[in-house]
Design a protein around this ligand. Sequence first.
Ligand SMILES: *Cc1c(COP(=O)(O)O)cnc(C)c1O
Length: 251
Amino acid sequence: MLVLAESQAQSNSLGLYYMSRIAENLTQVRQQIDISAVKSERNKENITLLAVSKTRPASDLKDAYDNGQRDFGENYLQESLDKIEVLKSLDITWHFIGPIQSNKTKPIAENFDWVHTVDRFKIAQRLSSQRPNDLTPLNICIQVNISEEASKSGCLPLELPKLAEEISKLPNINLRGLMAIPKATKNEDEQHLAFRKMKALQLELQKRHPHLDTLSMGMSGDIDAAISEGATIVRIGTAIFGQRVKTVSSN
Ligand SMILES: *Cc1c(COP(=O)(O)O)cnc(C)c1O
């Protein structure tokens, strides 16, 4: 247990200040991001930590929020809507990062600020038409199947230019960049290779779409490689909230 200044911590019943496990983990992840940013000569201001809170109770998100976390990523629609309702008084930026069924786009368009997992035009079109007019345009990343795995979602790199062109014309969508979940590997060279391919795709797209500023890539096991190759959003679950035990059916 770390003992801290009052401003950083909550006090327990004994009046001692302590840091929750989540607070400690957040501090560590932020330090890891800072170190990777320095190492790769990047400005840490350009790297957003997205706390991936799937399967976690709202109280865990509140704990992270009380320790300065503002961006949260959710995968399962019903579960996320419940948490958004419970936490609606907080200043949270909500990111949808799960697979999207086309009949579930409306609540996503109404409740989220970002969607990272758009991989076909039909989904983007529905999100645009269902985005309420009193909200700012929905921020979108196109998910790329960068390791070209048959079983994975994401558009193929070859399909990207056409898809980006079509999506960028939609009125209530702000196309921000690309997202990937590369094939899981502990091999750092392979991690770098996949992320470097993503950076190259972004650079290519920026010739026609210079405002595409986002690369959503990097998870608990490959943050450092992702940052060194240009990630602007890292999506971190386990390293903040601990191992996931519960499994939730995708809904
Ligand atoms: C679960 C998940 C993460 C976080 O993974 P960890 O290994 O727990 O950090 C990131 N991105 C997506 C799309 C996820 O589903």
